[in-house]
Design a protein around this ligand. Sequence first.
Ligand SMILES: [Zn+2]
Length: 132
Amino acid sequence: MSDDAVLQEEISDNKNRNEVRCVFCNSLMLREKQGEYVEETFELPLVHQKHAKDIKTIETEKHHHFWLVYDMFHFENIGFSNTVDTIKYLICADCDMGPVGYHDIENKKCYIALKRVRHGNAPPDVAAIKSV
Ligand SMILES: [Zn+2]
């Protein structure tokens, strides 16, 4: 099963079916149905701990699948990292790992990359098993 097929399993009614959690410490970021699924292309720096490196000089990778959150108050927990131009990078509020997505300062929307977060409570192995 491709990664994208796994992602499709998480989408219900164009919203996040499960809770969105930090892949490192399992901190709850977003409750179910609070994010809207959108496809767009955005380059995020590779995962690192806040302040570990200058975010402008580290490598990036492209992401194509995001949970769009219209209001940052819809998050249970979220942290902010560096501001670069008109965006702020979003990180785990508990362990500072990220970025898991970004916040657009101009339109106030937040985008969480599906591949940077864990969905639901299940460990990754269980979550990846297709419904039986
Ligand atoms: Zn965390």
